[in-house]
Ligand binder design. Sequence first.
Ligand SMILES: [Fe+2]
Ligand SMILES: [Fe+2]
Length: 305
Amino acid sequence: MSTASAADATTSQVPDRELTAQRLLRTSAKHSYDPAVEIDWDAPLAPDRYFFDPRRSSLYGTPLWDRMSEEQRIELTKHELASLYSVGIWFETILMQMLVRHIYDRPTGSAHARYGWTEIADECRHSVMFSRAAEKFGGSEYRPGWLVHQLGRLFKTTSNGTLTFAGTIYVEEILDALQREQMADESLQPIVQKVSWIHVVEEARHIRYARDETYRQWPRLGRLGRAYSRLVLAIVVYCATISLIDPKVYAAVGLDVKEAVAAAAANPHWRETKQFAAHKVIKFFNEVGLIAGPGKLLWRRAGVL
Ligand SMILES: [Fe+2]
Ligand SMILES: [Fe+2]
């Protein structure tokens, strides 16, 4: 069976749009959290606790890492997490606009539209949560570089149905994989566990909505539309992945930025972390047939394949 027909076969098993949305609306009614209330924003950070498993740091295992003090390593995970949150905010803002565009043409009385609005509300709360947490960590100025920021502007205005949901799944899944570890690790900062937990619980339904919708959208594309979508998705993947760690985090912990960026780029542990984070989403994209053609080069350059 060719890739396209494999995807088409899976598509026929995807539940009706309204059924997916009705189920997700029920879950949303039961499990939605307001970070303004749920999180103790005034609690002091623990000076001796990591912000995520140090083995997930971009510098873990490098000679530079070996020279760093324990305190500096903890600080680095704090700033790296603030940077990951800033990528979360960047893409959630992109997603909110794409969802608004997606719903614009749907019947206003449909569960599909109602769930879309519900998800936008979730993402609003998430971005406020990430922004407050990043500020608490002293890293509220991190963000993707200028070019990626501009490409994001273009993407959120022009994405087709497949790209809206496939692009979303990529960023949601890689953050989700890392946050699932963080919420379960009791040795970490309590605030990190809580932020991760809220995000993981609410993202589970976003990922379901996006996966089902990708299955529905993809078969509608012709040959050209599919080639175009694969290539643009690869660009999104590349841009999001290289933006995970803002180089400014290294300066914030007193490292030489050039040296640290080079060390991270050559670090096999960091590559492994990125592959771990992307593992699930790559499996899904391969199932649909979204990773192929010249864009594959960008997937490799991003270090996730
Ligand atoms: Fe989110
Ligand atoms: Fe989400």
